[in-house]
Design a protein around this ligand. Structure first.
Ligand code: APR
Length: 318
């Protein structure tokens, strides 16, 4: 059945992908196509979700498939396909495995959708979104990585727990790569407009920033088999909502830099304006020397993984 609702394709019907599909439906963001390489799983999860529609009061159509023809003319595509981290494994360990998956998924998507907005979730995120841009050739406004919304949500949570105050009053800004070198910014992390530097001592701040940097690994070590999916899924939904409803929200996202923050040709976590056209603008913050040094260190690491992607793509095409 064809509808005029937004068509949202979610590739990977695992933990993150099925959370994204579920939240898209619950928030009435559009029709959902759930794709996976494993036969039966996307179909089963899609049917299960569709059968919850009358209970959750949503009208979205949910399709599960192994065939990319069903993704034709998608407005938004969320790529979660790939392996999650195991305990002790870094996001970078996943690079070679997930690069092959993300390459083939992006090629298949682009065969059937001319101009989608792609949101990457698969890790290592900065490298995967860089690879997907190279393969898709999409303009930088239409290809974005999900990392900063999640990393900021983690910092917001830790701040609210530390200060015993409402989560909704806390805002946070985390820039840089989606790894241990990420750069949480206390000066731009606020409770009802008050920077946390006014509300906590340095020991408290350092402890929360450290926990934020290791936030993904903390969940991996608890779950033992798999990585976080509820907060990542909810983070993707914030980005989709901003696009579908043209909210022009300012969100930390992984965007393609062309000179901003002094870097060129890498995907990096920065504040962006998100609206109907995707990543509409990168916002450049004034940073202290110390913040700039931390950001440059993170960018160096991201650049290194991008070079690894370039080498891998060369090898795969030869
Ligand atoms: N095409 C489509 N789907 C694929 C492909 C492929 N080529 N290869 C793997 N998949 C599917 C798997 O079958 C699985 O259903 O991707 C799904 C991944 O789901 P999970 O293993 O549950 O992983 P998840 O926790 O969802 O994480 C997915 O997001 O946060 C990142 O680090 C995480 O890279 C990982 C990704």
């Amino acid at each position: 059945m064809k509808t005029t609702r937004n068509k949202i394709t979610v590739v990977g019907a695992g933990q993150v992908g099925s959370t994204v599909a579920q939240l898209c439906a619950y928030h009435n963001l559009g029709d959902v196509v759930l794709v996976d390489i494993v036969e039966g799983v996307p179909q089963g999860k899609a049917l299960d979700l569709q059968e919850s529609g009358c209970l959750q009061a949503f009208d979205s159509l949910i399709v599960g498939t192994n065939d990319y023809k069903d993704t034709a003319d998608s407005d938004i595509v969320v790529i979660t396909a790939g392996l999650p981290r195991k305990p002790g494994q870094s996001r970078e360990d996943l690079l070679t495995i997930n690069a092959k998956i993300v390459k083939s998924v992006t090629e298949d998507i682009m065969k059937h959708s001319r101009n989608p907005i792609i949101i990457l979730v698969s890790n290592p995120l900065d490298a995967m979104v860089y690879l997907a841009k190279k393969v898709s050739n999409l303009p930088k406004t239409r290809i974005i990585g999900m990392a900063g919304v999640l990393d900021s949500a983690r910092l917001r949570t830790f701040v609210s727990l530390e200060l015993d105050c409402s989560l909704v009053d806390v805002d946070a800004m985390v820039l840089g790569g989606h790894g241990d070198s990420m750069v949480p910014l206390p000066r731009y992390t606020t409770v009802s407009g008050i920077p946390i530097t006014e509300l906590m001592n340095q020991e408290q701040i350092d402890r929360l920033l450290d926990r934020t940097r290791k936030g993904g690994a903390e969940i991996v070590s608890l779950l033992k088999n798999g990585s976080a999916f509820l907060a990542p899924g909810a983070s993707v939904i914030k980005m989709i909502e901003a696009i579908v409803h043209d909210k022009r929200r300012i969100l930390p996202c992984t965007a393609y830099l062309e000179g901003e923050y002094g870097w060129n040709g890498i995907f990096f976590g920065v504040p962006v304006k998100m609206g109907i056209n995707g990543m509409e603008k990168i916002i450049e913050l004034k940073l202290t020397d110390e913040e700039t040094a931390a950001l440059n260190k993170s960018a160096e690491e991201v650049k290194k993984t991008c070079s690894e992607v370039d080498a891998l793509l060369k090898k795969l095409s030869s």
